[in-house]
Design a protein around this ligand. Structure first.
Ligand SMILES: O=P(O)(O)O[C@H]1O[C@H](CO)[C@@H](O)[C@H]1O
Ligand SMILES: O=c1cc[nH]c(=O)[nH]1
Length: 242
């Protein structure tokens, strides 16, 4: 019998979504993670080509699905996964631009918190500012996983921008001056959504370019080569799943 469950943007037929989902922005990075690391991966979503897969990793069920680019897309998919598919935790696995001098190309960054120029979090109604923060237990598991894998991950705040192409350099300059390790486009949206849904989230990033040195990786590298980040995320997910 065909079992189907559907939300506005996800349609799952004869498959299921695990309690924990890894989410790269790029759906082809999701496909790569599924094919490289999951046993018996099953594709559970193709709506809008936002590919999602469920398989097992060291005997535990884990899903991986694209989030698309930017806070609105991440917020939409994370909300549906948390509220309509009973997902407990999401780990973003993204690329990011290095901001500070201590961060280098291909470094793995674990986002403790995310400042942002987005007003997305205002909708949740807290007077002042709802701070987008990682789940501490997941963060601690990620740090331990990185240490065990010999990955020198850097932990700190990142900056989530609504703009990939900002017309001036001042936002990145200020974010760098205030100690943000990297700039990207989804982490604050994920952390706000997790808070609003009473769920868990963590963002792990790989430096794909450096805003102040001008170094940059190719699109193909961004899709397929971030294996340290993928392995830290999978080990973290494995520790977080019962
Ligand atoms: O590599 P992903 O996860 O897509 O993340 C980064 O890459 C995209 C921009 O190229 C934005 O989504 C940004 O956050
Ligand atoms: O959002 C992003 C992602 C990678 N590199 C950047 O400069 N910005």
């Amino acid at each position: 019998m065909t079992k189907t469950s559907v939300s506005a943007s996800i349609s799952v037929k004869d498959a299921e979504i695990a309690k924990i989902v890894l989410m790269p922005g790029d759906p082809l990075r999701a496909k790569h993670v599924a094919e490289r690391y999951l046993e018996t991966p099953v594709c559970f979503n193709t709506v809008r080509n936002m590919l999602g897969y469920t398989g097992t990793y060291k005997g535990k069920k884990i899903s991986v699905m694209g989030s698309g680019m930017g806070i609105p897309s991440m917020g939409l998919y994370a909300t549906e996964l948390y509220t309509q598919f009973d997902v407990d935790a999401i780990i973003r696995i993204g690329s990011a631009g290095g901001l500070v001098d201590e961060v280098h190309m291909r470094d793995v960054v674990i986002a403790m918190a995310a400042s942002s120029n987005s007003s997305y979090g205002d909708a949740f109604g807290l007077p002042g500012h709802l701070t987008p923060v990682a789940n501490y237990g997941m963060l601690a598991n990620a740090v331990e996983s990185a240490q065990q894998l010999g990955v020198h991950a850097k932990v700190g705040p990142v900056y989530t921008s609504d703009h990939f192409y900002y017309p001036t350099t001042e936002v990145n300059d200020k974010a760098r001056e205030l100690g943000h390790l990297a700039v990207e486009m989804e982490t604050a949206g994920l952390y706000w959504t997790a808070a609003a849904c009473h769920k868990k989230a963590l963002s792990i990033l790989t430096i794909s370019d450096h805003i102040y040195t001008g170094e940059a990786l190719s699109a193909e590298d961004r899709q397929e080569s971030f294996h340290e980040m993928m392995e830290v995320a999978l080990e973290t997910a494995w520790r977080c799943v019962e």
